[in-house]
Design a protein around this ligand. Sequence first.
Ligand code: ATP
Length: 332
Amino acid sequence: MQKIAVLTSGGDAPGMNAAIRAVVRTAGFHQLGVLGVMRGFHGLIHNEFIELNPRSVADIIHRGGTILKSARSVEFPTPEGQASAIRNLREAGVEGLIIIGGDGSFRGGMRLQAAGINVIGIPATIDNDIPCTDYSIGFDTTVNTVVEAINKIRDTATSHERIYVVEVMGRHSGYIALYAGLAGGAETVLIPEVEADLDDVCQRIVAGYKLGKAHSIVVVAEGVGGNFKTGRSLDESSAFRIGNYVKAKTGFETRVTVLGHIQRGGNPTAQDRIVASRMGARAVEMLREGQGGYMVGVVHTAIRATPLEEAFRQEKTMDLEFYRLAHILASQ
Ligand code: ATP
């Protein structure tokens, strides 16, 4: 094997650059050439290849985002889009492709694998919603960003004895809300995996007040709306609806903060950099061994490979013990 390519696809996640660096430098160690594909599958179709060498990935290990840019491609799922991507890869002499992204990107990767190009996926998404790996690149950084925001909100919440509803990312997955809620000491965590009863939330807030709590923080994943017993209005975010409901029901002053895109950026944490480095290196080793059609993941601290299709066929399950624990610790 002489040449491989790497791309980032789907939503960006802090730590993608550390993974790119690990791919390029592991390849360099083995005298393998690496092409970077700009803008994910869009760049594959439109021949946006750049040469990468160990020096071109200097000074990126600590940066969020991705130097290769990321994009969503409506052309790639079409037969013409895939034919163009495969032709470009072959013409460039690429013998293996590493895709850093989420489950949609891995579905795309399977198409290339079926056409005979060895593909290895590296899970990178702040939502941590990819099965067959305990961990996706970017999740730890995002949780730390949210915890830092909760710490700050806590200061003002205590000073004014208010309720704060904090909306975090996670349309289908409550991982960010749950981990940040547990680490941030939130009184209530609302996640899409568990049906929310807003009257319970209000009762918990009132009980906390009677115990002498100076404030209450409710962390809400943006996707909880569909599970509300109180109905859903599509033009209003979950957090605002919850805030209004809680205010009306308890009479406490309530404020809402939607953290938004700050959750995607920032310097990756040490954990994200280390996992990205390990996954990037393993992905290159697997291609060198002639393997393709796998996702590398972390399972009980070890790097493990799983067939790519498992990574999008299975549902990631959530350990609801975390959910129980967050509420037990915050209810006293
Ligand atoms: P995130 O979880 O951050 O959204 P993702 O990798 O799941 O990341 P998607 O937007 O779902 O992001 O997928 C990225 C790209 O992968 C799409 O723009 C599309 O080009 C390609 N893709 C997704 N699903 C398929 C599919 N079934 N077949 C071929 N290509 C696909």
